[in-house]
Ligand binder design. Structure first.
Ligand code: G16
Length: 550
C-alpha cells in the first residue's frame, strides 16, 4: 500500500478491531484502550503530514485519556506553539481514523496531495505517554505510524500532557521558550517560583504569618505522581508537598481532580484535618482543584477552576496596574463557571469576562484576544497567556531608566510570574506553583482565599443515552437546540427554583450527556439536576435506569 513515496508498512498489525465510528472530541480521541491501536497508528502518519504543512515544525502527540478510567486511553495532537491541534484538522483526524483498513494509504495520499505536501522526510513528531497499562503498546503503534510515513520522531517516555506541550513549544521556538527537556521544564518553573518566593527575604519584608508552605496533594495515581518528587527536590523548604495516590493505586479511581470536582468530596480514604490545604491533579496532570475542611464549620470546601481563575486574575490585575503599562486583562470561562464567580469577576474585580464552549482550545483562542488572558474551566483546567507585544513592552519597561523604580520592579515581577506559567495549555504543576506563590505573596491561608465569594450550590450528573449526538447546543452550550422541545422543558424546570440555571451537553471525552444545575440551595440544585437528567433520559434515548434523586 502506497502512502506518499513511502510504503505503509506495518498496517497489518494495526487493523481496526471493530467498525464503530470514532470522533476527534473535546481533547482528541478517547475510548477503551483496546480499540485504539489503529487510530493511534494513523495519527502518527497524520502528525507527520501536519508537520510537513507547518514547514517541518515539530508536532507533538500525547497518549493519554486524562481524567477517564484506567481502561480508557486516547490521543491528543499538539500544534507547533504547544497549543491544541487546529480545529480545522480535527475533521481530517476523524476521517483518517474511520476509513476502512484497505483505504488508509489512499486516504493519506489524497490528503497529502490536497494539502500540497510533497515529502514527509523533513517532518518531525515528538511523543509521550501517561501511565495507563495500554499506553506502552499504543506508543509503539504511534511510532510505527510516524515511521511508516517516513518522518523523524523522538519518544519522551512518561510525561504529563502539559510537559509535552511545553517541549513542543521550546523546540519550535529554538529554545527561546525554554530548554526542550523535562529538566528544562522544571528548571524554568522552579527558578521562577524560587525567585518570586524569595522576594520577601530580599526586601526584608515581615515574615509570613498566615500562609503555611505545606500542601497535601492527591496525584490521582497518574503520571503526575512520578513528577512530584522531582518538583519537591527543587523546592526545598519553600513548599513541602505530602503526596497521596502516588501511583500505587488505581488511576483516577475515587480520586483525582475530576472525582473531587464532580462529587464535591475528598478522594476516598484520605485523612484531612481542618485548615490543611489539599489539591488534586487529574490523570495526566493538566487540571488541578484545591479544597479544605473549614476550621470552624468542619465542612468540605472546594476551590475549583473558577476560584483559581479569580485568584490569578485579581493578583495579575494589581500587578499590571503597578507596572503603569496599559495592558488589557481579560478572563475566559465556560457555561460550567459558577454564577457567583462570574458576578465576582465583573462586579468586584471589574475584569472583562467571556464565555465559550467547553474545551481548552476554545478558551485559549478567546484568551488570545487580550493582552493578558486568564482562562480556566471550572474543572480546574486553565492557564494565563500573554501576547508577544505585551511581553516585549514589559521587557522594555523593566530596563527603561525613565520609568519609576516601582514600575520597573513590577515589570520584573510580572516577567517572573510569566515564567512560572505554562502558557501552552492548562498545567496542574504550573498552576499549583502559581497558586502557592500568590497565596504566599498575599500571606493568605486557604480559608481567606475561599472568602472571595460563595459558590452557588451546584450539581453535575451524567446520563447514558443511546446516541449522545442527538443533543445539540447553541449559545456557548448554554441552550439545547436539539432534540426539539428539550430546551423549553429545561426552562420550565429552571423556573421552579430561584437563582437557578441548568444546561446539558454531550461530553466530548466520555460516552455520556453531562447535566449541570445550580440554584440557591444544594437541595434545589440536586432536584433541578435530577429533573433535567430525567428530561434528557426521556427525550434523548436514555439507557439503563431512569436517573433518581439520591
Ligand atoms: C478535556 C478537555 C477539557 C474539558 C474536559 C471535559 O480535559 O481538555 O477542556 O473540559 O476534557 O470535556 P467533556 O465535558 O467534553 O467530556 P481532560 O483533562 O480530560 O483532557
Amino acid at each position: 500500500m502506497e502512502f506518499g513515496d513511502v510504503q505503509l508498512t506495518g498496517l497489518k498489525d494495526y487493523q481496526k478491531v471493530d467498525e464503530i465510528p470514532i470522533q476527534y472530541g473535546t481533547a482528541g480521541f478517547r475510548t477503551k484502550g483496546s480499540r485504539l491501536k489503529h487510530v493511534i497508528f494513523r495519527m502518527g502518519a497524520l502528525a507527520a503530514i501536519r508537520s510537513a504543512c507547518k514547514k517541518g515544525a515539530t508536532i507533538g502527540v500525547m497518549i493519554t485519556a486524562s481524567h477517564n478510567p484506567e481502561e480508557d486511553n486516547g490521543v491528543k495532537l499538539v500544534d507547533p506553539m504547544g497549543e491544541m491541534l487546529g480545529p480545522e484538522w480535527e475533521q481530517y483526524a476523524t476521517e483518517i481514523a474511520n476509513v476502512p483498513d484497505s483505504e488508509v494509504g489512499t486516504a493519506l495520499q489524497k490528503l497529502t496531495k490536497n494539502l500540497g505536501v510533497t515529502t514527509l522526510a523533513n517532518s518531525r513528531v515528538v511523543f509521550a505517554r501517561d501511565t495507563r497499562p495500554s499506553s506502552p503498546i499504543l506508543a509503539e503503534a504511534l511510532e510505527a505510524g510516524i515511521k511508516a510515513a517516513g518522518a523523524q520522531c523522538q519518544n519522551f517516555g512518561l510525561l504529563t500532557t502539559p510537559q509535552l506541550h511545553y517541549i513542543v513549544r521550546c523546540i519550535n521556538s529554538n529554545g527561546e521558550y525554554g530548554k526542550p527537556t523535562e529538566d528544562g521544564y522544571f528548571e524554568k518553573l522552579t527558578e521562577a517560583f524560587v525567585k518570586l518566593r524569595n522576594i520577601r527575604k530580599a526586601k526584608k519584608m515581615k515574615k509570613l504569618e498566615t500562609y503555611k508552605a505545606c500542601l497535601y496533594l492527591d496525584a490521582a495515581n497518574g503520571v503526575g505522581a512520578g513528577k512530584v518528587p522531582i518538583l519537591q527536590s527543587k523546592l526545598g523548604e519553600l513548599l513541602q508537598i505530602n503526596l497521596v495516590n502516588d501511583g500505587s493505586g488505581k488511576l483516577n479511581h475515587e480520586c483525582g481532580a475530576d472525582f473531587v470536582k464532580v462529587q464535591q468530596k475528598p478522594p476516598t480514604g484520605v485523612n484531612m484535618a481542618p485548615g490543611q490545604r489539599w489539591a488534586s491533579l487529574d490523570g495526566d496532570a493538566d487540571r488541578i482543584v484545591f479544597y479544605f475542611i473549614g476550621t470552624t464549620d468542619k465542612q468540605f470546601h472546594l476551590l475549583d477552576g473558577d476560584k483559581i481563575a479569580t485568584l490569578v486574575a485579581g493578583y495579575l490585575k494589581d500587578l499590571v496596574q503597578a507596572t503603569g503599562l496599559s495592558l488589557n486583562l481579560g478572563l475566559v470561562q465556560t457555561a460550567y463557571a459558577n454564577g457567583s464567580s462570574t458576578r465576582y469577576i465583573t462586579d468586584q474585580l471589574q475584569v472583562p469576562v467571556a464565555c465559550v464552549p467547553t474545551g481548552v482550545k476554545h478558551l485559549h483562542h478567546k484568551a488570545q484576544e487580550f493582552d493578558i488572558g486568564v482562562y480556566f474551566e471550572a474543572n480546574g483546567h486553565g492557564t494565563a497567556i500573554v501576547s508577544d507585544t505585551s511581553y516585549s513592552s514589559l521587557k522594555k519597561a523593566s530596563q527603561d531608566s525613565t520609568v519609576s523604580e516601582e514600575q520597573r520592579e513590577a515589570c520584573d515581577l510580572l516577567l517572573s510570574v510569566i515564567d512560572l506559567i505554562n502558557q501552552t495549555v492548562g498545567d496542574a504543576i504550573s498552576d499549583l506553583l502559581l497558586v502557592e506563590m500568590i497565596l504566599a505573596a498575599l500571606d493568605w491561608d486557604v480559608e481567606q482565599w475561599n472568602q472571595a465569594y460563595t459558590d452557588l450550590p451546584n450539581r453535575q450528573l451524567k446520563v447514558k443515552v443511546k446516541d449522545r449526538s442527538v443533543i445539540q447546543t447553541t449559545d456557548a452550550e448554554r441552550k439545547a437546540s436539539s432534540p426539539i422541545g428539550l430546551q423549553s422543558a429545561i426552562d420550565q424546570s429552571v423556573a421552579k427554583y430561584s437563582h437557578s440555571r441548568s444546561f446539558v451537553r454531550p461530553s466530548g471525552t466520555e460516552d455520556i450527556v453531562r447535566v449541570y444545575a445550580e440554584a440557591d440551595s444544594q437541595d434545589a440544585a440536586d432536584k433541578l439536576a435530577n429533573e433535567v437528567a430525567v428530561l434528557v433520559f426521556k427525550m434523548a434515548g436514555g439507557l439503563g435506569e431512569e436517573p433518581k434523586l439520591h
